[in-house]
Design a protein around this ligand. Structure first.
Ligand code: CA
Ligand code: CA
Length: 162
């Protein structure tokens, strides 16, 4: 019995070593060979990390940058649905704003402009002053950037660990 336990521990140590060396473990299914690091979620070659804390848009953006990632911009209805199902929250900040020029929305991913838009009906409406965007199940909405919302960071795989 003791020898079985020792073997098991040794095996775990070896696996742990592989994990730390290559950062190739998927948190969703535990298989080796996936391209997202531990605690990130893999979906269609993208890596996602949920930030459940309620943050302003800028805080959320900075939090993602600290993790070598960017605030997510969903590029399809499918992606939004997947993230909201996973997230179990009604909305999340996305990397779109019209801070620079009112009405000129800038959405960015990996330093590149994203043209895809998924605005909810009658949005963006800049109600009061709203310069930052959130994604809901029904589509995007502009909100005040100082609102506190949860967020999702996205990183294209492969990761930067190699
Ligand atoms: Ca605005
Ligand atoms: Ca709005």
């Amino acid at each position: 019995m003791a020898s079985v336990l020792i073997s098991l521990m040794l095996l775990l140590l070896v696996y742990h070593h592989v994990d730390c060396t290559r950062c190739l473990v998927s948190s969703t299914n535990g298989r080796f060979g996936e391209e997202c690091p531990l605690d990130w979620i893999t979906w269609r070659s993208q890596c996602y990390k949920i930030i459940s804390d309620l943050l302003t848009w800028r805080e959320a953006k900075e939090q993602c940058i600290k993790m070598d990632a960017l605030l997510v911009v969903p590029l399809s209805k499918d992606e939004t649905k997947f993230l909201l199902t996973l997230f179990r929250k009604p909305k999340f900040w996305i990397n779109c704003n019209d801070i620079e020029t009112e009405g000129q929305w800038v959405c960015q991913e990996d330093g590149a402009m994203v043209q895809y838009r998924e605005w909810r009906q009658n949005e963006p409406d800049n109600f009061g002053v709203e310069n930052c965007a959130v994604a809901y199940y029904e589509g995007w909405n502009d909100l005040s950037c100082t609102n506190k919302c949860p967020a999702i960071c996205k990183q294209k795989s492969p990761m930067l660990h190699f």
